[in-house]
Design a protein around this ligand. Structure first.
Ligand SMILES: [Zn+2]
Length: 310
C-alpha cells in the first residue's frame, strides 16, 4: 500500500509561491506519460493528471497525442511539484485539461508564463458547475462525478475539433462511444443506489465524495476530520475519538480510504475499522496501472456499492 509524503503544500500553487523562475529550478519531480499511437505531428493534449488524460485519450483516440503530468500512484497529487518538463509540455500543448478548483494550480501558473496563444484550456471544475456546499469548501475531486466527466469529455471534443477540424468526425465518434460507456456507468450507480441509499459511511478524505453522494450514502465522519487530513493538519483529539467511535460502535457500514493520503491518523482509523470488522474500500486520486477511466471507476463503484449494501 502506498505511503505518501506527509509534508505537502495545500496546492501546487503554494509550491510555486516563489514564482515560475523558482519552479523551473525544481527538479526530480518525475511524472509524465505520453500515449501517441498515431505518431508525432498531430494535435497535442496535456492533462494535469492521468485520470483526465484517460478521459482525453478516449476522445482523442489515435488522432492526437495525450500527455499526463501527474501519474505517480504512490504519491499524493496535491503535493505534486511541477518542473521544467511540465513547463515545456504545457508550452507546446494545443489543448490542456486541468482539474481546477485549486487541485492543480501549477497549470495556470505555467500557462501564464508560457508563450502559447493557441492553447485551449478545459477546466473540469468550471465545466462541472459545482459550487461549495453552504459553509463548506468545494470538493474538487470532480472526476468521481460521472455527469461531470461526461461534460468534460464533451468540452475536450469541442476543443479538439477546433484544433484539428479535419479530424472532427473522428473526435465526435470517439466522444459518442465514450459517452455511451459513461451512461452505462451512471446507470450502474443509479441501480446500485437502490440498495445503498442512506447507508452510513466513513471517509478519510473527500476524494470519493461525489460517488458516495450518487449512491445516497451518508457520510458520518466529522467534517473536521477529513478536512484536517486533506489539509495535512493535526486532527484534534476529540475529533479523532469521535471518528474512531464510528467503528467501535459500528455506526458505519464501510470506510472508504484514500490510499494516496496516509499518515499516522489515517492509519489509526484504518486499524480501528479493521479491528471492528468494518469493510474497508481503498480509493485513489490517480489511475492504477493498466486501467482506463471506465474500467477504474466501474471497479470503484462495484467495490463501494458492495461494501455499503446491508
Ligand atoms: Zn485529494
Amino acid at each position: 500500500m502506498p505511503r505518501a509524503a506527509t509534508v505537502r503544500p495545500r496546492t501546487c500553487s503554494a509550491a510555486l509561491a516563489g514564482g515560475v523562475a523558482a519552479a523551473l529550478l525544481l527538479t526530480g519531480c518525475g511524472g509524465g506519460s505520453t500515449t501517441s499511437p498515431g505518431g508525432g505531428d498531430g494535435v497535442s493534449v496535456v492533462a494535469s493528471t492521468d485520470v483526465w488524460g484517460s478521459v482525453a485519450s478516449a476522445v482523442a483516440g489515435d488522432a492526437a497525442t495525450v500527455t499526463s503530468i501527474i501519474t505517480d500512484p504512490s504519491a499524493d497529487p496535491h503535493s505534486y511539484e511541477a518542473n521544467t518538463r511540465t513547463q515545456l509540455e504545457l508550452s507546446r500543448a494545443d489543448v490542456v485539461v486541468e482539474n481546477g478548483g485549486g487541485y492543480d494550480d501549477f497549470v495556470q501558473t505555467m500557462l501564464k508564463a508560457a508563450d502559447n496563444p493557441r492553447v485551449a484550456v478545459v477546466d473540469a471544475v468550471d465545466v462541472s458547475g459545482k459550487a461549495p456546499a453552504a459553509g463548506g469548501e468545494l470538493n474538487e475531486h470532480v472526476w468521481y462525478d460521472v455527469p461531470t466527466v461526461r461534460r468534460v469529455a464533451a468540452a475536450v471534443e469541442a476543443a479538439l475539433a477546433k484544433a484539428a477540424p479535419d479530424d472532427a468526425a473522428t473526435f465526435a465518434a470517439n466522444a459518442k462511444a465514450f459517452d455511451a460507456q459513461l451512461a452505462t456507468l451512471e446507470q450502474t450507480i443509479t441501480t446500485d443506489a437502490a440498495a445503498t441509499q442512506g447507508a452510513p459511511v466513513a471517509i478519510t478524505e473527500p476524494v470519493p465524495g461525489y460517488l458516495l453522494g450518487a449512491l445516497g450514502a451518508v457520510e458520518k465522519t466529522p467534517v473536521a476530520f477529513s478536512e484536517a487530513i486533506e489539509e495535512d493538519t493535526d486532527v484534534p483529539v476529540d475529533v479523532l475519538q469521535e471518528t474512531l467511535a464510528l467503528f467501535s460502535d459500528r455506526q458505519v457500514r464501510a470506510l472508504v480510504y484514500n490510499e494516496q493520503t496516509t499518515g499516522p491518523q489515517t492509519e489509526r482509523v484504518l486499524a480501528a475499522a479493521k479491528a471492528a470488522g468494518i469493510a474497508v474500500v481503498p480509493v485513489t486520486e490517480t489511475l492504477p496501472e493498466g486501467e482506463d477511466y471506465v474500467t477504474w471507476m466501474t471497479g470503484n463503484v462495484r467495490a463501494v456499492a458492495a461494501a455499503l449494501q446491508p
